[in-house]
Design a protein around this ligand. Sequence first.
Ligand SMILES: *[C@@H]1O[C@H](CO)[C@@H](O)[C@H](O)[C@H]1NC(C)=O
Ligand SMILES: *[C@@H]1O[C@H](CO)[C@@H](O)[C@H](O)[C@H]1NC(C)=O
Ligand SMILES: *[C@@H]1O[C@H](CO)[C@@H](O)[C@H](O)[C@H]1NC(C)=O
Ligand SMILES: *[C@@H]1O[C@H](CO)[C@@H](O)[C@H](O)[C@H]1NC(C)=O
Ligand SMILES: *[C@@H]1O[C@H](CO)[C@@H](O)[C@H](O)[C@H]1NC(C)=O
Ligand SMILES: *[C@@H]1O[C@H](CO)[C@@H](O)[C@H](O)[C@H]1NC(C)=O
Ligand SMILES: *[C@@H]1O[C@H](CO)[C@@H](O)[C@H](O)[C@H]1NC(C)=O
Ligand SMILES: *[C@@H]1O[C@H](CO)[C@@H](O)[C@H](O)[C@H]1NC(C)=O
Ligand SMILES: *[C@@H]1O[C@H](CO)[C@@H](O)[C@H](O)[C@H]1NC(C)=O
Ligand SMILES: *[C@@H]1O[C@H](CO)[C@@H](O)[C@H](O)[C@H]1NC(C)=O
Length: 757
Amino acid sequence: MAAPPPPPPLHLLLLLLLLVLPIPLASSSAADLAALLALKAAVAHDPGGALSAWSAASATSYCRWRGVTCHPSSLAVAAIDLPAASLSGALPAALPLPPRLRRLDLAANNFSGPVPDAFLASTTLRYLDVRFNSLSGALEIPPPLANSSSPPCATLTHLRLTGNFLVGQIPAEIVQCRSLRVLDLSRNVLEGAIPRELGRLGALRVLDVSRNSLTDRIPAELANCRELAVLVLTNLTASPGEQPEFNAYVGGLPTEVLTIPALEVLWAPRANLDGRLPLSRNGTCRLRAVNLGQNYVAGTMPPWLGECQDLTFLDLSFNRLEGSMAAELAIGCLTYLNVSGNSVRFFGFCKVATGVAINLSSNQLSGSLDMLSSCISIHNFDAGYNNFSGSIPADVGGLHFLRSLVLSGNNLTGQIPGQFGDLAALEVLDLSRNSLTGSIPLHLTDASHLQVLRLDHNRLSGTIPPSFSELAQLTVLDVSFNNLSGDIPNLRHPADCGFFIGNPLLHQCLGTNASLPPTEEISSSKGVKKWGARFKSLIVILVAASAAVISFLLVILLFFVCERRKRAKISNLRTKVVVTFTDAPPELTYENLIRATSNFSIQNLIGSGGFGATYKAELVPGFLVSVKRLAMGRFQGLQQFDAEIRTLGRIRHRNLVTLIGYHLGEPDTFLIYNYLSGKRSLDPSFSQFGDIVSWGRMLMQEDNTSEFFSRGLLDAARKDRLTEMLKIALSCTSESVAVRPSMRQVAAKLKQLENDR
Ligand SMILES: *[C@@H]1O[C@H](CO)[C@@H](O)[C@H](O)[C@H]1NC(C)=O
Ligand SMILES: *[C@@H]1O[C@H](CO)[C@@H](O)[C@H](O)[C@H]1NC(C)=O
Ligand SMILES: *[C@@H]1O[C@H](CO)[C@@H](O)[C@H](O)[C@H]1NC(C)=O
Ligand SMILES: *[C@@H]1O[C@H](CO)[C@@H](O)[C@H](O)[C@H]1NC(C)=O
Ligand SMILES: *[C@@H]1O[C@H](CO)[C@@H](O)[C@H](O)[C@H]1NC(C)=O
Ligand SMILES: *[C@@H]1O[C@H](CO)[C@@H](O)[C@H](O)[C@H]1NC(C)=O
Ligand SMILES: *[C@@H]1O[C@H](CO)[C@@H](O)[C@H](O)[C@H]1NC(C)=O
Ligand SMILES: *[C@@H]1O[C@H](CO)[C@@H](O)[C@H](O)[C@H]1NC(C)=O
Ligand SMILES: *[C@@H]1O[C@H](CO)[C@@H](O)[C@H](O)[C@H]1NC(C)=O
Ligand SMILES: *[C@@H]1O[C@H](CO)[C@@H](O)[C@H](O)[C@H]1NC(C)=O
């Protein structure tokens, strides 16, 4: 998972939309027309009719064919955008391109054949996206012509070839594509080494070579790509049926590469890397996500990781790291820390106070767990199989998001804090294999979502609270090998007698399967004539009668309680209601959200920020929302919160993240937005005109911005001022977070423009 960058100020995209000119109407140019018709001829199947209008009959208006964008003044074809158009057919190697084409997007179709020669020989193409097709053969970049000033491929900034069947090596000639910023070759069948020539691509920002069959060393020359922000060497995230990761490199990750100043994402899990991590690093650390899990990296934990203030994801699990992690990881916004399976010692882990998932299991960590209670937003914490000692801090009761806590296999003493019962979200609690004493606290059974409770191999005494029978989701209750006495409670789910052995004083386990017959069975026993059965019926009647009386009393009690609550100032926080705004579909209910996020599972986590973590939820197939779960306590007044939320809910625009509902309650408060950046901030679908951002950039580079603005705007305002505004808008769409201005800076600049008037 790459931690997604924060969304760009989308209203500036909106501003861009408002400034744009409509597309010109008609033109004709023989080479353009021939190229378009050749592409159409290569399409064997077009079930969606995407190219139905592409025909010689309408040749004069090819600028209006679907997917075609023409240059506004010259009317030459500037872009062809036909992503996910269900097109298939073999592309001929000699397929021509429109002579001034800048952008070609045929992603997610099913084109086969080789990558046509013209694609990588073009001297005008900037953006080439043929991801997820069935292209095959080797990748070949034609040599430069002796008489040409502009070598083939020199203008290309984006080359996206992921998800095809390309074979052979990554050609060293790729260095001719000297403007490349994004090179995505992942999910092909490429083999051999990553060519060292890649190091000469000075503008390269994103390099993804994962899920191929690459071998050999990672070239240290890559470090010459000073702008490199994203480096993906392997990727284990594959859907079922997808090709797994076959890349297996030799040697270690060169120090120079790991310390590229611009590097933000380094992804190389199970990449067969060894070596050590550098102990020092110069300059500001921009790293946001590092995954070197399941390699053979040895040596000590790098102290400089503590300087990486933007680091949100760190997986160093299953390596051979040792040494201490103490103050080094005083990282503010780490949401995922996995150092399980190393030999790390000592540890001041809860400096990582906002961590959502932390896995420290199977190390040699020692000391007390007192700091745990400061990890207030933690969901999953696994510190099993270490050497932690002392008692479990009683203030764990404040960890309201805690879903899973594993402390097994340590040296913990003292009692189990009853405060665990305060944790409404708690599903898994594993305290097994410690030296805990005392009895199982009665209050523990108030943790009503408990599914797995392991307390085995401790020194617990006393009885097992019978109220465990009230926990509807409890499937595992393992208390074996303690010193418990009394009866085994009747559990809702069948339990294994093995979970109770090793307690000599405990009454015999009858197999909890047989313990409490379901109610239906009792009430359907009318026809049974035996005395025993009649006796049972009598009991049933008595029980039913007393139940009726009790229910009556409860109803009266509830009535009074409700009356009191009605008068309370703040509405009932426990109501599991999602407040929705217009357009929200009926599926948007509390239960559906919990289910669709798998109860806020880490798998659905898509990001985290100051106010809490954001999750993706698919409510009905194809309908996605993102759910921002707020860390409570940050809001001063709930009523004020409510008022602000309602204002937000009224704002509606296709290109804005829209608030469609919220839930205010315990233990959760969350906001629900329509789901988009899955969408890149520069996603073509943000505009019916194609990628308006590239268009704006292109015109800016050509110093030709007047084409960008409608005539009305040009009449009303000075062009240099409009250009300045466009410049600001474009800077807001920069792919690099570092370059993107803050809203404060944007506001200041706009104000300055106004004052200059
Ligand atoms: C790994 O692959 C998955 C899907 O195949 C993708 O969603 C994810 O972004 C990739 N990770 C990185 C770091 O590129
Ligand atoms: C893509 O085309 C190939 C033939 O070129 C065919 O075997 C394959 O099934 C097609 N895949 C899809 C998803 O249509
Ligand atoms: C360069 O030479 C090739 C043949 O070698 C020719 O086809 C092409 O037109 C020439 N280009 C220029 C710009 O002279
Ligand atoms: C950091 O900079 C110093 C001096 O400029 C240099 O000697 C050292 O090798 C650099 N270290 C790294 C890891 O780049
Ligand atoms: C922590 O990592 C270990 C592997 O060392 C794994 O078995 C365990 O399931 C992980 N814990 C959680 C909570 O995912
Ligand atoms: C941590 O890493 C281990 C081993 O790579 C893996 O089993 C586990 O799922 C990871 N995640 C968490 C949250 O522990
Ligand atoms: C565990 O920690 C205790 C001190 O808390 C120490 O005496 C003991 O040697 C440690 N055991 C291991 C295996 O590191
Ligand atoms: C458990 O901790 C005690 C002291 O707190 C220590 O004497 C003992 O050696 C520890 N046990 C293990 C297995 O480390
Ligand atoms: C087990 O608990 C009983 C009291 O319930 C106590 O008498 C006995 O000493 C305990 N045994 C051990 C080994 O702690
Ligand atoms: C309880 O039932 C489950 C299946 O329903 C079975 O696997 C298990 O062995 C049973 N346990 C006992 C003690 O009968």
